[in-house]
Design a binder for this molecule. Sequence first.
Ligand code: KG4
Ligand code: ZN
Length: 345
Amino acid sequence: MNNIKYKLFSEEPVDMGGDCYIMAIESSCDETACAIVKNGREVIANVVASQIKTHAQFGGVIPEIAAREHLDSVNVVIEETFRQARENANLAPEDITAFCATAGPGLVGCLLVGLNAAKALALTYDKPFIGVNHLNAHLCANYLDTDLKPPFMALLVSGGHTQIIDVKSYSEQTILGETIDDAVGEAYDKVARLIGLPYPGGPKLDKLAQEGNPYAFKLPEGKVDGYNFSFSGLKTAVLRLVKSFDEVPVNDVCASFQETVSSTLFRKLKKAVEEKGYKQVVLAGGVAANSQIRKKVFSLEDEGYKVYAPAMKYCTDNAAMVASCAYFDTNTFDDVNVEVFSRVH
Ligand code: KG4
Ligand code: ZN
């Protein structure tokens, strides 16, 4: 097993004397995904199999069912990725420089499927294996098809996390603040569910909000110091509001909720950017697909900042971001013995 640490860089990727093709598998939640990325930025192949239809009937992800679906899909997704690589770049499996997979955080039974499939590929083709942190991968989605380089200030908003991160270099990150209760995506999904929208409610709530009046109802912002966030009080306030109507003005409720969430995120992100004096701002994670949050963060361009957000298909879970992370981020596990983990400690 060739498990040589090939990433010797700390600040900038080193020239490895040729192109680097990394194949990644992502299976931390309800998407089975595989991708091949050249030199950390150029997507050669990208395949995502979503389980949304399966979980919609239960109103959320059932971990055991998700793990079994990953098992059914993983080989199909890998084969399709190799097919695309052959078609798009005349690339064969032997040309892959290293194989990687998300090691965590995520659902353990789901992570095991992708991690073991990628380890098997690394062993078969005698190439290095790299385990990747899913959150770092979301940030690295911003390196795809761009020339972004650290330092920058990042807002990471997903189904499981809400963080403001000071990204000093490819390897050095400091979390300035995070949610003390619900993540933004979680709050979106819970509010969507209480107004009767099917899973996953975030994108549907976003659509309805665009039809409503964002100032129809004044909802409370979570009162937390510094760069931390709290969204559970807001969720309870929406529940109380919804219960006060015989016929709920759904669009206005959605718009008011969305306005409150996006204003809170924007205010704290802007404060962090100003305090650290960075000129680059990055949005990442599944909720980076949200229309209002995107609009607010991109408004910083009018003030002279350069703003990055991944293309929509790289906001929610995908494997291209995982491959990019294996290339750029030195906080990975270059070891075939790495185990899956459910949470970051
Ligand atoms: O990053 P992601 O795919 O999975 C995690 O790592 O958590 O994020 C999924 C989350 C879900 O909560 C989903 O409802 C939310 O992202 N989401 C959105 C939108 N698109 C996806 N939330 C609000 N507005 C959207 N347009
Ligand atoms: Zn994710």
